[in-house]
Design a protein. Structure first.
Length: 101
């Protein structure tokens, strides 16, 4: 319980810094003319990665390595599911840039 409490306390302490970073990234994306949907999706992917890693480490610290492995797998699958639309647009863009024969 101490590990979980400490991890949550550290996260809550850093929420303001995280919010500032996200706001800066969104401003940079807007200035660059990047679709905000893609930026938000990438930020969600980063968030899932951090949360899955945190949960995995908590599980490992509790001596539950099998659950930790499943949490990591679930995080990877969620990341892949969120990345599919971005990958689709990227592949379509590459195909459209290729010369037609």
């Amino acid at each position: 319980m101490l590990i979980l409490f400490t991890g949550c306390a550290i996260f809550l302490f850093l929420v303001d810094q995280i919010h500032g970073i996200i706001a800066t990234i969104e401003v940079l994306a807007a200035n660059a003319g990047i679709n905000t949907m893609y930026v938000k999706t990438i930020l969600k992917i980063i968030g899932i990665a951090y949360i899955a890693e945190f949960a995995s480490h908590i599980s490992k610290d509790a001596g539950m390595g099998a659950i930790a492995a499943k949490v990591e797998l679930a995080g990877k699958i969620l990341i892949l599911a969120l990345a599919v639309p971005i990958l689709t647009v990227l592949i379509d863009t590459i195909i459209n840039m290729m010369p037609v024969r």
